[in-house]
Design a binder for this molecule. Structure first.
Ligand code: PLP
Length: 339
């Protein structure tokens, strides 16, 4: 069924701007670089999770839930936005928090998104049983049982590949929005570069573009796992998304493009490329990225331009998925001399 038929709440300020990055374009001497400003979706400091939350919260309210449950890293933007959406709609919020990036600044545990999750009134549950995604996913069901035992009505937001990617519908919409803006501005887009994590954003953008008949390349920079596992996940979730919108056949396996060349040692672990990308984008464009997602994705875009992946006259759009609050959790990385 069409996106407009799914239960949904309104949270995001859209359309978000589509702008040139003229200085980076000049500095790198490559294709025309533009940015789709989904860091400006507004609600609770914005980012891609706001478009996704509209559908999860819509479904939760439709099913009569009174408590949202989800999982994320200490600095999870998804957990921050879920907590804020719960606050807005008068729901309780229980967050399972996984420490995936040990040994960081004291700010990592207390500032940025960790601070905001608390401020929005969520209850935090540290999850420490190893790093297995399946284990963490199963544990959410145990948390839901606890809520039921107390007489509550839980709604679990799962981002795993075995659950319907309702959040990806937000990016089916965003794909249409982007194509409309490109037409309005007289721009022909050749590729969209984006961070690929749980893959809801990647899957939604890809499904949305193909469903609209657009051949624009969608290039995912791995943030959370290796390229082979991510490609499998993106394909699965893109097909599930295409099925949700009633266009099951629009995704080909070779539509899925991912690289883990910019992933580094692990999720949330800094890389020199990320440091360069965050510093360069701030210094040359006045544009803030984050260390976990958009910094690595921009490192990917810079790397792809430098290795001449694009034609000189191409137009490449960087999808800025937000995440800026996490910058403050990595303070010592960017300002090591401050006490
Ligand atoms: C979650 C997140 C992503 C990845 O989006 P997925 O839909 O999980 O792949 C990218 N950027 C930021 C800032 C995020 O918070």
């Amino acid at each position: 069924m069409p996106v407009s038929q799914f239960p949904r709440v309104s949270l995001a300020q859209v359309p978000t701007p589509l702008e040139d990055m003229a200085n980076l374009t000049r500095d790198l001497g490559g294709p025309r670089l533009m940015v789709k400003r989904d860091d400006c979706t507004g609600f609770a400091m914005g980012g891609n999770k706001v478009r996704q939350a509209e559908f999860y919260v819509g479904d939760a309210l439709d099913k009569g839930a009174d408590t949202l449950i989800t999982s994320g890293a200490v600095q999870s933007n998804h957990a921050r936005v879920t907590a804020a959406a719960a606050a807005r709609f008068g729901l309780a919020c229980e967050l399972q928090v996984e420490n995936l990036a040990h040994g960081r600044d004291p700010e990592y545990m207390t500032s940025g998104n960790a601070l905001l999750q608390r401020l929005f009134g969520a209850r935090l549950h540290p999850y420490t049983e190893g790093g297995s995604e399946e284990g963490a996913d199963d544990n959410l069901e145990r948390m839901a049982d606890d809520v039921r035992t107390r007489g509550g009505r839980p709604y679990v937001i799962h981002l795993g590949p075995d659950h319907p990617p309702l959040g990806a519908l937000g990016y089916v919409d965003a794909a249409g929005e982007l194509l409309g803006q490109a037409a309005e501005q007289g721009v022909t887009i050749d590729a969209v570069v984006l961070p690929s994590g749980s893959a809801g954003t990647h899957a939604g953008m890809l499904a949305g573009l193909r469903a609209a008949g657009s051949p624009v390349r969608v290039m995912g920079i791995c943030i959370r796992r290796d390229a082979a596992s991510q490609a499998e996940r993106v394909l699965k979730r893109a097909r599930m998304t295409a099925e949700l919108i009633g266009q099951p056949d629009v995704i080909d396996a070779d539509d899925v493009w991912v690289t883990d060349d910019y992933f580094g040692p692990g999720y949330g672990q800094p890389t020199p490329g990320m440091m360069e990308a965050v510093t360069m984008t701030a210094g040359r464009e006045g544009l803030l990225l984050d260390p976990v997602y958009t910094g690595k994705a921009m490192a990917g875009l810079i790397g792809l331009v430098r290795t001449c992946e694009f034609d000189a006259d191409a137009t490449v759009v960087f999808l800025h998925t937000g995440g800026t609050p996490a910058l403050f959790a990595y303070r010592s990385l960017f300002a090591p001399d401050e006490a």
